[in-house]
Design a protein around this ligand. Structure first.
Ligand code: SF4
Length: 323
């Protein structure tokens, strides 16, 4: 949960998640829909999928306990080099240096080393350097101290060097240029994208589909939608997509207002439409009361669209689909 997400944000999700899935077995036995529902609001749902697959693997092959060797730990879905090292050092006292972004930043400043923390070669070098430094007696505490130092003092923009216990060994501090390390990776420019999204109603319920497009939000429920170079192209692609799903042509009516959302480098402008197909293929969609969409495992984007649709006068007045 902490990957890409801050501790304060994670805490309530973590506590709620553990109440529902207090053991690895309970998590492994649950249907993924339930796992995604409990993850809803945290984003990056691939993590939830991998956590679920990881729990299944641990129950099936390791008798419900996280394995204690690096080789076995890496067989678990979602457990990469960093996670394996962090868990093995903290849970089992293994002498593995675990270098996350914070650790890499600290090493870059201690040694004034060149390179960006996102470069694999830089990470490998940082791992090697920390392997020389790691405490053989308390490797878990060593790794956690480094993580903590990176979160509290050795901050990316304003390092608090005067309070830092490492300052007498830190080259960047000595040279007075810690902000210059590590080198920054140029950010990918935001790409503007148009998305057309359909609010298809059946009484007070709306239609949801799995995933969005371009492999995005694959585990989440979303309003049917399509990308396009222009607003018109997005609408045409949405019409074709829904015709493929329902077997009938749809009539779209635009809703006032637009929704803006960002997914990685995509800066998305969403145009909303109500759609009333003549007939429906059974099972084409998942039907959910629009006022309860929030209770489903939906994406943040779908959450924004639902809020905009609920606020839209023309959507509230639109004739409901026959049940
Ligand atoms: S002295 Fe400053 S730059 Fe060096 S490790 Fe400490 S906080 Fe980071």
């Amino acid at each position: 949960m902490l990957q890409q997400t801050q501790v304060q944000t994670v805490i309530p999700f973590y506590e709620r998640f553990l109440r529902v899935f207090p053991t690895c077995d309970r998590l492994a036995d649950a249907p993924f829909g339930k796992v995604a529902e409990m993850w809803s609001g945290l984003g990056y749902y691939r993590r939830a999928r991998l956590l679920h697959l990881g729990a299944k693997k641990i129950v099936k092959d390791f008798e419900g306990r996280f394995p204690s060797t690096y080789h076995e730990a890496r067989q678990i879905p979602g457990v990469g080099d960093y996670t394996a090292r962090a868990v093995l050092s903290i849970a089992y006292g293994g002498a593995f240096a675990a270098v996350d972004g914070n650790g890499a930043r600290i090493i870059a400043r201690l040694d004034r080393s060149s390179g960006s923390v996102n470069q694999p070669a830089f990470r490998r070098a940082a791992n090697l350097r920390l392997s020389e430094l790691i405490s053989a007696r308390n490797p878990g505490d060593f790794n956690q101290s480094l993580m903590e130092l990176g979160q509290t003092l050795c901050l990316p923009r304003a390092p608090q060097c005067s309070k830092c216990p490492l300052k007498k060994w830190c080259c960047a501090y000595r040279f007075g240029d810690p902000q210059d390390y590590p080198a920054r990776r140029p950010a990918r420019a935001a790409e503007p994208r148009n998305l057309a999204a359909a609010i298809i109603r059946k009484g007070d319920r709306v239609a949801l589909v799995r995933g969005l497009e371009e492999g995005l939000l694959g585990d989440m429920w979303n309003f049917p939608a399509a990308f396009g170079q222009t607003r018109q192209e997005a609408l045409e692609r949405l019409g074709a997509k829904l015709e493929g799903i329902t077997g009938s042509q749809l009539e779209f009516k635009p809703l006032e207002g637009t929704v803006r959302h960002r997914i990685t480098f995509r800066s998305i402008t969403v145009a909303l439409y109500t759609a009333t197909p003549g007939r429906m293929m059974p099972g084409s969609f998942r039907w959910v009361p629009i006022t309860r969409v929030d209770h489903e495992a939906i994406s943040q984007l779908a959450r924004k669209i639902a809020a905009a649709a609920c606020a839209s006068k023309s959507c509230r007045q639109a004739p409901a689909m026959p049940r």
